[in-house]
Design a protein around this ligand. Structure first.
Ligand SMILES: C[S@@+](CC[C@H](N)C(=O)[O-])C[C@H]1O[C@@H](n2cnc3c(N)ncnc32)[C@H](O)[C@@H]1O
Length: 144
């Protein structure tokens, strides 16, 4: 999506299978995006800095300890003034299937240091098992 809009884009996932699928999609769409099998908890090891990070469905997979590691990993990889946009399952989503629900206060606590949270708004995340999607938080933050 980012590459289609002209950005120099790098996609990261820990799963080689996910990366292979992303590479195939990009190739079919004729867009030049780079994909890397990597650990989002150690983005500093890429040795690069990014203006923008998009996170769809990653934050909510982490436990409490990994959330803190992730916030610090992001700080290492995003330029000062850079942006972070994140979509995660919200505590407004009923049921206990699927990923852990996230409360607004947990997001605020996680990004309290090194980030300014610009907005946390109710949204919807597309999922494969329900065409109406799941309740989500859309978060926008700036690296301070
Ligand atoms: C819920 S899926 C979301 C996938 C995709 N972003 C989407 O919106 O459909 C979570 C993804 O996070 C990846 N993942 C989990 N832990 C990771 C880590 N530490 N580093 C990089 N990717 C990770 C998983 O392999 C999985 O593809």
């Amino acid at each position: 999506m980012a590459a289609e809009r002209g950005a120099s884009a790098t996609g990261i996932d820990a799963s080689p299978r996910a990366i292979r699928r992303a590479e195939k999609k990009a190739s079919e769409r004729g867009v030049a995006a780079r994909f890397v099998v990597g650990d989002a908890l150690d983005l500093g090891s890429l040795g690069e800095q990014f203006d923008v990070v998009l996170d769809c469905g990653l934050f909510h997979v982490f436990n409490d300890q990994d959330r803190a590691t992730y916030a610090s990993s992001l700080r290492a990889a995003v330029v000062h003034g850079g942006r972070y946009f994140m979509l995660c399952f919200s505590d407004l989503q009923p049921g206990d299937w699927g990923p852990r629900r996230v409360r607004e206060a947990e997001i605020e606590a996680c990004f309290a240091e090194g980030w300014r949270i610009d907005s946390i708004v109710p949204s919807t995340i597309e999922i494969t098992i329900d065409p109406s999607g799941a309740r989500a938080w859309l978060v926008s933050a700036t690296r301070s």
